[in-house]
Design a protein around this ligand. Sequence first.
Ligand SMILES: O=C[C@H](O)[C@H](O)[C@H](O)COP(=O)(O)O
Length: 230
Amino acid sequence: MDGLKRQAAAQALEQVQDGMKLGLGTGSTAKHFVELLGQRVAGGLRVVGVPTSEATRAQAEACKIPLTTLDEVDRLDLTVDGADELDSALNLIKGGGGALLREKIVAAASDRMIVIADDTKWVDVLGRFPLPVEVIPFGLAATQRAMAAAFAQSGVSGQMGLRKGKDGHVFVTDGGHWIVDAHLGRIADAPRLAGLLSLIPGVVEHGLFIGLASTAVLAGAQGIRVVERR
Ligand SMILES: O=C[C@H](O)[C@H](O)[C@H](O)COP(=O)(O)O
C-alpha cells in the first residue's frame, strides 16, 4: 500500500513547476509527496510551501523546503494532499489524521488541488469512513445534538464518538479543538450535509471537501488512474 501511495505522490509531483506556491498536505500519502518534493528542491527546484499541519511543517523543514504562510502570499498555485475517501464527483472525506481545518483553508486558497491516494480510497458513496467534525470543546453536547439534527435533515444517522489519541486522552487538533467522528455509513447527499454542518456554531469545520479537488491521482495494482473533476 505504501508503494502505491508513493506512486501517486510521484505522479502528482510532475505537475509541480519552478516558482510555484504549494499547499503541502498531511498524512501518510502526502508525506511521500513532501519527501519527493524535498529531493527536487535539493536538486534546484524553487518552490515555497504552506504546510497543512505542524507534522507536515516539521517534515518540510527537515527536507529544507522553503515555507511561507497564507498571510504572506495571496493565492497558492497547487495543493497536493491525501484523502480518506473520494467519490466520482471528487468530493472527499478528510481529517482521519485530524488536519482537516488547515487542509481546507489551504485547499480553498489554491487554484488547484490534486488528491493523491491508493485506489482503496475510491468509493461509490462517501461515508464508510467515519466523518471527522472539528468542534469547540465548549458546549460539546449541544453541538452534538445540533449535528444529530443535521444528520436527520440530510437523511443519515449513526453513532458519534469523541476522538481519543493513542494515549487515551482526548485528541486535540493543531488549532486546539476536538474531533467528533460520525459513523454514518452512507452519505447520499454530501453537499447538503456539508452545508448543514457548516451552519452549526460549535462546529469549526467538517471533513467533507465539496468541489475543492480538481484532480485525483489513484494508484492501484493495475497502474495509475488520473480523474479530473467534471
Ligand atoms: O487529517 C488528515 C488528512 O485529511 C489526510 O490527508 C487523510 O487522513 C489521508 O491520510 P492518509 O494518506 O494517511 O490515508
